[in-house]
Design a protein around this ligand. Sequence first.
Ligand code: SF4
Ligand code: SF4
Length: 315
Amino acid sequence: MPNSKGLIFDIQSYSVHDGPGCRTLVFMMGCPLRCGWCANPEGWEARRRLMFRATKCVRPQRKCRRCAPVCPEQAVDGGEKHERIKINWDKCRHCASFACAAACLNEALTVCGREITVEELTRILNRDRHYWGSDGGVTFSGGEPLVQQDFLLAALKRCRESYIHTAIETSAYAPWPVFSDVMANIDFAFIDIKHMDPDQHKNKTGVSNELILNNIRALKANGWPGRLIIRMPVIADFNDSEDNINAMIAFFREIGQNEINILPFHRLGDSKWTQCGMVYPYRDYEATPEHVLDHIQELFLANDILCYVGHETPF
Ligand code: SF4
Ligand code: SF4
């Protein structure tokens, strides 16, 4: 069966913030967007990749040098005796050996990403379902789950056969046939809208919002029977203006949508950017102040749109 394997970077059981009830989260690799505030940059590319936790490297204390000699690309700079190693990420990018991670005894070098079959995933979900309660189920997240459409569809169909409640966290950035096929097998969806202006959206995420908005329009117009929550990460100097919120309210009116979840900005992804060899562009940004969240919530509520704030919101 083609594409019966998916590439994931994590599975988390017992989540209570990503859909109704208690849920199992499946983090799938690959994403077409490049948001600078992303908390999971290790999931951007649909490939296994190296991560380096410099604080775990014991070279300064113990003069360890296990990784450098085994790297087939000479991508590890052993440096002076008492320095931590440095990775040449350009050379490392296409590695398939990950010999360095196998050699490292301290989990300073680890491989992110692994293949999983629908059968293995089904076994994990059937193990977890005893803890979900009556409302819970599985939530596919990422990365962007739509990138691995064949595996996702196969997994969703297996969930349907097993009466498992299905949810997705998605940007909706995929061709309509892909998006609609997946959504036909989904019970509950969080869809992100980062900005209502196509140019602003492209400027901060790398892609325009037109495909996203058109997919949401078509989903609603076709009478999709699931529950849709639009999500918006609140990013200062980008999407927190009244103009943008009012444009979103107008869009909600147009499509008949009445629920949104706004998420305050946080810097939790910072260390992961460093571990992936990237510079986090939002390092100097503060967490979204409460008065900003309150004001945005008031604007939505004044227009009869339910506005939930933060992750700890029961759905
Ligand atoms: S992942 Fe491969 S190329 Fe990169 S440092 Fe390790 S062994 Fe070298
Ligand atoms: S093998 Fe691990 S601990 Fe040793 S130098 Fe390399 S990264 Fe550091």
